[in-house]
Design a protein around this ligand. Sequence first.
Ligand code: ATP
Length: 253
Amino acid sequence: MSEPLLQVQDVRKNYGPIEVLHGVSLSVGKGEVFAIIGPNGAGKTTMFRVMTGEVGSNGGSIRFNGEDVTRLPAHERVRRGFGRTFQVARVFHDFTVLDNVIVAIEARRRHTKEPLGPWRRCAPSEEVRAEALALLADLKLDALAGQGARFLSHGDKKRLEFAIALAGRPTVLMLDEPTAGMSPSDRADIARLVSRIQQERGITVVMTEHDMDVVFGLANRIMVMNYGEVVATGTVDEVRADPKVREVYLGKE
Ligand code: ATP
């Protein structure tokens, strides 16, 4: 593994009186694609929410880029380089595709104190607009720039969510089931996109995913969870060969 970027140590999480994460640890190296897999209810999404700061933990620690972020709220983690997509894509449905990305770029510029450029009435600067259009072109959404986001297909909406996340210039991109509910061709397209993002932009990727073809095709390392615990962590080959993993998860194939 390369130099660690994200280190989670012994994280516990309760929902009410019930503990759903029983001391989970993981370490993700810079530039890696790290996948968390496991059956429904294993705790993958809860791990995601704890790592991004959407919910607090009841024990353990999270370090990012050498800094202890355990107690930082989600927006502070975004400022430090967390990007995120959701199981069901979250975009501003009443905005155009272009405006969704412009808003995300302006939010980043405000946080990083980059100049927003001269404003005319309520229009964004040419610089922001150009950056948004370049990002849309990169994600093959430029032809849809003027379209209302609510009219996008499932695959295009997911691509727009990626564009919004990338507008924040993240160091780590957290993808919660990026291909959920997609057609096989959209799934393959999103897998190619994730691979390209990692290779061209050097972004570290942490993902949960149920589609094993996507996971085995993308991940450098995989962590398998079951009942809120880690069953195994290793390379694709190590995990595939692990009898415990076959029993709890892959054995069903
Ligand atoms: P899936 O693959 O179905 O998305 P998962 O591995 O992501 O599942 P989680 O959604 O993290 O699993 O759920 C882990 C456990 O925590 C489950 O038993 C679930 O019922 C419980 N749980 C999740 N969210 C909450 C919540 N907000 N309140 C109470 N219990 C919850």
